[in-house]
Write a protein that binds this ligand. Structure first.
Ligand code: ADP
Length: 624
């Protein structure tokens, strides 16, 4: 039984290949986690770092809350099962399974009990006397699993264990491994390039591409709410249908204009999570719909289905269902543009060349930004992007007007784009007035749909809804977080980044360690210190470092304390109304801190040592 914590894990191979970048994940006890992605995306490297078979370049790995970066594989209490079984050919099944227990000098009767129990669980009792070459692929894989089970590990790591088996056996073994996971009640981490394996086995799936985590979620959430085009296309068979196009809003209707010639029109309310800036008829979007979001036949209920025509190119009768491959552009059935796969009834009768009516769901569609490939119809939107105007230090949108704080010196503009994180909108007080239109409960959070003039604005809070639909609400906007590019308004940078080194000094018989930055030396947090050595060893003293910490980790204190504070002069104070920030000049660096004083003040700064992130400046990766 074990939980795992992976924080900012990186792997840079000799020669500079960045195989894994900033992998962060908390794995709870008893989870079945699947790493999935195309070949070369960094799945095995991550698994091997967890196993201890590969050094972790940077980051922190904990098993049951203990940092294990520098633990030998054998001390991690982990068992690994490989694709090629890695059985000893000269030993019997029994001996293969008993091998690690014998090396650990376990008494023979205990070994016997463990091997026979594992053999029973896996149904290989009758083969215990055989050598591996006298077994089938499936039986060998069971022996490999058995060898892991007898050790009673905290974590099972499985690296493509089924890829040498034929399709039928794979399906059977999939079910068997899922049952084994339930029976053992242990944490499993499973690597595969096969999304069907991932979807059927994982309690949560990590989708990876090119060394970066794309999305971590349950199988159903990945299917229903993919974060980007890659995840949308990778998860689900047959693949999601994608169409390039643009969007336009006219009154309370929105039309998706697909480049292949098809228009899909719906009520604005059905697409209201998509930022308005995409609805200008110009910005390139990608419309996505899964084959099960399309039907053969005329749209019956106009509010739920959009009608279109398609020309059939291939019909695949699979028995339980029929897949119809067609093209929305009825003049070009074989062109790539406009291709659509439809999951149809098994008894439907259509043929190549038929021009058919189809209907496309107005509920189950996805929309992506063509350039960034990110979803712009997220379940929990991250940003409000709306038209605004800025005049005489007032910001207006949706018929509301807000005073800009003196910290923001903005250029006037009649028509600009305001980007406001959903987290920057707070409810219950403030200058803004809105009507609560709708709420949605999304995994413990409440998403509020606020009607502000013509606009829909989103706000989100932890927990249940505090207000009722129809309520008139006051709202406020955190001006530190907003962005209006054309008026020169940028979010307040609240992250401090200071170059420095990590050094040591002999102090009597012992060494003392320092974080050196801005011409001063600070004592590090012991935990951070330990992690630095666990990751880097003594190489840490030769590494160019960047210390990164939030403004919230810095405070102004009365007294200067040796090795605990930095002394500097306030060069500028930024007044955001409810809060003031000072930029303090310390040894040639500027450090931002919340401070209610004036320029020219001499101040002492204390940075919470436990909240300092240490980055390797050259590799541009987080060490701790
Ligand atoms: P996956 O398991 O997803 O197929 P890997 O983790 O094996 O991917 O590999 C990730 C990347 O790291 C690939 O680009 C691969 O070529 C590279 N890589 C793997 N092992 C090594 C190594 N020992 N030395 C250098 N590069 C490696």
């Amino acid at each position: 039984m074990a939980s795992l914590s992976l924080k900012h894990i990186y792997k840079v191979y000799d020669g500079g290949v960045k195989a894994v970048n900033d992998f962060c994940m908390e794995i709870e006890d008893k989870e079945f986690i699947v790493f999935v992605g195309p070949s070369g995306c960094g799945k095995s490297t991550t698994l091997r770092m967890i196993a201890g078979l590969e050094d972790i370049t940077a980051g922190e790995l904990r098993i049951d809350n203990e940092i294990v970066n520098d633990f030998e594989p054998k001390d991690r209490n982990i068992a690994m099962v490989f694709q090629n079984y890695a059985l000893y050919p000269h030993m019997t099944v029994y001996e293969n399974m008993a091998f690690s227990l014998k090396t650990a000098r376990m008494p023979n009767d205990v070994i016997h009990a463990k091997v026979t129990e594992a053999a029973e669980i896996l149904g290989i009792t009758e083969y215990l006397g055989r050598k591996p070459k006298a077994l089938s692929g499936g039986q060998r894989q069971r022996v490999a699993l058995g060898r892991a089970i007898v050790r009673n590990p905290k974590v099972f790591l499985l690296d493509e264990p089924l890829s040498n088996l034929d399709a039928k056996l794979r399906a059977a073994m999939r079910a068997e491994i899922s049952r084994l996971h339930e029976r053992l009640g242990t944490t499993f981490i499973y690597v595969t390039h096969d999304q069907v394996e991932a979807m059927t086995m994982g309690t949560r799936i990590v989708v990876m591409k090119d060394g970066f985590v794309q999305q971590i979620d349950t199988p159903i959430n990945l299917y229903k709410y993919p974060d980007n085009i890659f995840v949308a296309g990778f998860i689900g068979t047959p693949q999601m249908n994608f169409f390039d196009g643009t969007m336009v809003k006219q009154g309370d209707k929105v039309t998706f204009r697909l480049d292949c010639g098809t228009d899909i029109t719906m009520d604005y309310i059905q697409a209201d999570k998509i930022p308005l800036k995409y609805m200008d008829g110009d910005k390139k979007i990608v419309f996505g719909i899964r084959p099960d979001g399309v039907r053969l036949g005329k749209a019956e209920d106009d509010s739920l289905w959009a009608g279109a025509k398609a020309i059939v190119s291939v019909v695949e009768v699979l028995g339980g269902e029929t897949l119809v491959y067609a093209n929305l552009n009825v003049n070009t059935p074989d062109e790539a543009e406009g291709q659509i796969i439809i999951k149809a009834d098994p008894d439907c009768v259509v043929h190549r060349g038929d021009v058919v009516d189809i209907s496309i769901s107005k509920k189950k569609f996805h929309v992506f930004d063509k350039e960034t490939e990110k979803s712009i119809r997220r379940r929990l939107p991250e940003e409000n992007i709306v038209k605004c105007s800025v005049k005489g230090s007032r910001l207006s949108f949706g018929g509301q007007s807000f005073a800009l704080p003196t910290a923001i010196a903005a250029k006037d503009s009649d028509s600009a784009e305001l980007v406001m994180p959903v987290s920057a909108v707070s409810l219950g007080k403030g200058e803004g007035k809105a009507t609560l239109q709708w709420t949605e409960d999304i995994e413990g959070k409440t998403l509020y749909f606020l009607k502000v003039g013509e606009l829909t604005l989103f706000a989100a809070e932890e927990g249940d809804a505090r207000f009722k639909v129809g309520d008139e609400l006051a709202f406020d906007v955190d001006m530190c977080a907003i962005k209006v590019d054309s008026c020169g308004i940028a979010p307040m940078a609240l992250v401090n980044t200071v170059d420095g080194v990590f050094s040591k000094e002999k102090n009597g018989k012992q060494y003392r360690f320092f974080m050196e930055m801005a011409g001063s030396r600070l004592l590090p947090d012991p935990d951070v210190c330990r992690k630095l050595f666990a990751c880097k060893g003594t190489k840490i003293f030769k590494t160019d470092i960047q210390y990164v910490f939030d403004a919230a980790a810095v405070s102004v204190v009365d007294k200067a304390v040796e090795y605990a504070t930095l002394s500097g002069t306030v060069s500028e104070v930024l007044d955001y109304g409810y809060i003031k920030y000072a930029k303090v000049s310390v040894g040639g660096e500027l450090i931002t801190v919340a401070y209610d004083g004036k320029a020219g003040d001499s101040v002492n700064l204390r940075i919470d040592p436990a909240r300092i992130t240490v980055k390797d400046r050259k590799l541009d990766i987080i060490i701790v």
